[in-house]
Design a protein around this ligand. Structure first.
Ligand code: DHB
Length: 309
């Protein structure tokens, strides 16, 4: 039994897509929804459609991926339409990822979503690293506090945020203090890509993506230990809230690690991009086998129970 119930939602298993992967068009969203995934999240959207950064803007390597997509998306109304027609009764929760270019854009989308009264949940993205000239909001604690204050005024229902990775215990504590001031903030997704890495192709003596002279967000195996540290620390520092794990899950083993670190559910990004939606069933099979081997019946048997030495 891999089921998860949280925030009043029932999921048959803990897996879904990471925002950005297989979720820009209705066709892609439906690919996730009709797969073995137990929930669906949309591509981060802005009020208006965007074409994003110039290509090539994604590249996979043996250890993961680098991307600088630049928020290509079909625009908030497109994803709202999808949310309006979504078959919630089929039991796969829908999350709407919002990533306004300004606080006002996030407030506009959240106000509209509140008025729509849909059973989907917003995941507000505080961490897009790929907009030239725009710092990631998640690294400015004061600005996050202000943004969350204003967002909580216009949106009263449960919501979550997508966080960038942090790398210092003082920063974990400071961000947790900000987040704990908002009771309606019910979940955090850790982590977004490790921003502004550089992958180099030795044969071509070149960068591998065009935007920002090759700098881009890292995903996949490169980021697993950083993701696990963020899941673990926010699990400890945000009592009563949920942590959704994201980063470096390629098999049942990494899904197990995230849940052992405290994740309620987990998202698949790079691996889903590279393998396609069959990744969900494979990872679930592997997670089931690992749990059987260990004698675990349910995720609750080991969630958060990471041992220290
Ligand atoms: C994009 C990348 C991100 O990591 C993110 O959180 C949002 C958008 C992008 O480049 O499209």
């Amino acid at each position: 039994d891999l089921s998860v119930s949280w925030l009043g939602l029932a999921m048959a298993n803990p897996l879904y897509n990471a925002s950005g992967v297989m979720c820009r068009s209705v066709a892609e969203l439906e690919q996730v929804r009709t797969s073995a995934a137990a929930a669906v999240i949309t591509k981060s959207c802005t009020p208006q459609p965007r074409t994003g950064n110039p290509e090539p803007r994604y590249c996979a390597t043996a250890l993961g991926s680098i991307n600088s997509m630049g928020l290509p998306n079909a625009g908030y109304p497109y994803y709202l339409d999808y949310a309006r027609s979504y078959p919630y009764a089929a039991g796969k929760p829908l999350f709407l990822s919002l990533s306004g270019m300004t606080l006002q854009e996030n407030l506009d989308m959240l106000s509209d979503l509140a008025a729509a009264q849909l059973p989907c949940l917003p995941e507000v993205n505080l961490s897009c690293p790929n907009l030239p000239g725009k710092p990631q909001l998640g690294y400015d604690f004061q600005a996050c506090h202000e943004a969350l204050t204003q967002m909580a005024r216009v949106y009263h229902g449960p919501f979550g945020v997508k966080l960038p990775p942090y790398f210092d215990p003082v920063h974990f504590a400071r961000m947790a203090a900000v987040l704990n001031a908002f009771p309606a903030l019910r979940f955090v997704t850790c982590i977004n890509s490790i921003g502004n890495g550089l992958v180099i192709d030795v044969d071509r003596e070149s960068v591998v993506i065009k935007p920002k002279d090759g700098l881009g967000g890292l995903g996949g195996s490169y980021v697993l230990p950083t993701a696990l540290a963020n899941v673990r620390e926010f699990y400890r520092l945000l009592p009563g809230k949920h942590v959704v794990g994201c980063g470096g899950i390629n098999s049942g083993r990494e899904a197990f690690m995230h849940i052992l670190a405290g994740a309620t559910a987990v998202q698949i990004g790079t691996c889903l991009y590279e393998e396609g939606e069959g990744a969900f069933a494979r990872i679930l099979d592997e997670l089931r086998a690992l749990m059987a081997h260990k004698g675990y019946q349910r995720l609750d048997d080991f969630r958060g129970k990471l041992k220290t030495l």
